[in-house]
Design a protein around this ligand. Structure first.
Ligand code: XMP
Length: 327
């Protein structure tokens, strides 16, 4: 019988050996729990759901049905990586839903940040439930719940959690194979399962995705400017060796234009704001001291490669007073 709670004396999983022992134990437990029945998983491509998927693929193979909902607010290359890793390499039973138009149509003209979050969360559940209803005989729902989620929900800080919100008539038994692990342990387990490093060690990314980095009403062109500038920032941070060092870094494109000059002509375009912060718990954060030549390179690349952008700014405000995200 595998533990339902993290034992007080559990050794922190920091090595391959410990991770492999955990993997073997969980696979045996899941095989016993699930038998020959089917399991459904919302696979976002984040660390937790990816590790859960990889564990379940090992344990029950094609009895796992993964649903990847692309809400149109993911970073450049993310949906493609989920398909490549899970469908092409791991041969998972993966349903890919491109719901971009549905989300962006619902979000059109919505400026209030919390309303935007509610629409994104609500629509996500709806798309996922629609896919679930199309499937026959699924009895289990797998979730990437981790130990801090359980502790926070017990303290009343966080509602528990992913399954919350599914329609009343959709009842599943839960499969939560990483629920006694801390995040750093989930990463070690993910590495041992052969997941790509950039998936296992990726920076935190909010559920509402790029939607909160496109402040105010989201438009497709400004969202594209966020996605493209974010891709350039990630590429240059990777090259400069900052990718694994800086806790969270991204770009924001406010709904504001300023005058500039491109190819001798006056233009009126957006600015891209770069945010790069370090923290241990996201409650407070310090700004990364980005080398000036890297800032200049970023300004050059972003203004020449991203459509509709003529200016690049650096946000050097710690938290507090600023939050990490803009909405
Ligand atoms: P703030 O902006 O509050 O962010 O300083 C702290 C951390 O939380 C992340 N964040 C979110 N994560 N859903 C999420 O899953 C959200 O709505 C959300 N808002 C902020 C943020 O990226 C940072 O890591």
């Amino acid at each position: 019988m595998v533990n339902d709670r993290r034992p007080d004396d559990m050794v922190r999983i920091t090595t391959k050996e410990l991770a492999n022992a955990f993997i073997e134990e969980q696979i045996a437990a899941m095989k016993e729990q699930i038998g020959d029945r089917k399991v459904l998983l919302a696979l976002s491509g984040g660390v937790d759901s990816s590790v859960v998927a990889a564990l379940l693929i090992k344990a029950i193979g094609q009895q796992l049905v993964c649903v990847h909902v692309n809400h149109g607010l993911l970073r450049k290359g993310e949906p493609e990586q989920v398909i490549e890793v899970f469908k092409n390499q791991m041969k998972a039973n993966l349903i890919y839903v491109d719901a971009t138009d549905r989300f962006l149509d619902k979000l059109a003209g919505v400026t209030d940040p919390e309303t935007k979050r509610k629409i994104i969360g609500g629509e996500f559940i709806e798309v996922f439930a629609e896919e679930a209803r199309k499937l026959d005989g699924v009895e289990f729902l797998a979730q990437g719940t981790i130990w801090p989620d359980i502790l926070e929900s017990e303290k009343g800080i966080k509602a528990h959690h992913n399954a919350g919100g599914l329609p009343e008539d959709m009842k599943f038994e839960l499969v939560e194979p990483v629920k006694i692990l801390f995040k750093d342990e989930v990463r070690v387990v993910g590495e041992c399962l052969g997941l790509p490093e950039n998936m296992v060690y990726r920076q935190p990314f909010p559920g509402p995705g790029l939607g909160v980095r496109c402040p105010g009403a989201i438009t497709r062109d400004r969202l594209e400017a966020v996605r493209e500038s974010d891709a350039i920032l990630r590429e240059e941070f990777e090259k400069a060796g900052l990718a694994g060092k800086v806790w969270q870094y991204f770009t924001v494109v406010p709904d504001f234009k300023s005058t500039g000059i491109k190819e001798g002509n006056r233009v009126f375009e957006w600015c891209v704001i770069i945010r790069a912060v370090n923290t241990t718990d996201a409650m407070t954060a310090e700004v990364e001291n980005i080398p000036f030549d890297l800032m200049q390179l970023l300004a050059k690349r972003i203004t020449s490669e991203v459509k509709g952008v003529n200016r690049v700014l650096y946000d050097f405000t710690p938290k507090p007073t600023a939050t990490i995200e803009y909405e």
